[in-house]
Design a protein around this ligand. Structure first.
Ligand code: DC
Length: 196
């Protein structure tokens, strides 16, 4: 069976948690595509070269989840050569046998427009910054500024900008608990699976 669930949205909207839960519920493989860009960002050197040489071990690094790695990822993600180098791997993962969940910014629009389920998970910048601040601490106003800066760069870039695919179902988690958001996503996936 080939079945792709594309989950896009801005940082800290809840797409990682939803993606992992959907993958576990349905027994699908999961790829957090942000990790690819984070690894390229922290590896340094020529970003396109780093993207071409990326290994599975690079995705296991312990320093990929920091705010700095997120900013570095967002910067290298604006480079068309970097995106091109990562495209085939993501497409093969998406359309491999067994069902796959991919979360990122351009999965439903560019990587896998034919995905059987497309979700756009979002929340207000303030809510997302608050969640991120609970994880990382520090100055909440600074975290909010960082969230807004990353949104602007990810949505404003010319190549594969963050936006909802026209046929994506939007899940706004601003005033939703994570369990409710997971359930909403699972219902949409189950409906689509059973319709096949
Ligand atoms: O999902 P994340 O916060 O780990 O993503 C880090 C950055 O990587 C994000 O700000 C933009 C970029 N990214 C992207 O351009 N396309 C993707 N499919 C995933 C991430």
């Amino acid at each position: 069976m080939i079945f792709t669930v594309a989950i896009d949205g801005p940082a800290a909207a809840g797409k990682g948690t939803i993606s992992r839960a959907v993958a576990q519920r349905f027994g699908f493989r999961h790829l957090d595509t942000g990790l690819l860009y984070r690894a390229v960002g922290v590896l340094g050197g020529d970003p396109a070269e780093a993207a071409r040489r990326l290994t599975p071990e690079d995705l296991e690094r312990g320093d990929l989840r920091t705010l700095e790695a997120g900013q570095a990822a967002s910067r290298v993600a604006a480079l068309p050569d970097v995106r091109a180098a990562l495209l085939d791997f993501q497409r093969r993962f998406a359309r491999g046998e067994g069902g796959a969940v991919l979360d990122g910014r351009d999965i439903g629009t560019v990587i896998c427009p034919e995905a059987e389920v497309k979700l756009y998970v979002t929340a207000s910048p303030e809510v997302r910054a608050h969640r991120r601040w609970l994880e990382v601490g520090g100055d909440e106003a600074k975290v909010l500024a960082e969230v807004k800066e990353r949104d602007a760069r990810d949505m404003g870039r010319a190549d594969a900008p963050l936006k909802a695919a026209e046929d994506a179902a939007v899940i706004d988690t601003s005033s939703m608990g994570i369990d409710e958001a997971v359930e909403a996503a699972c219902v949409l996936v189950a409906e689509r699976l059973h319709a096949r």
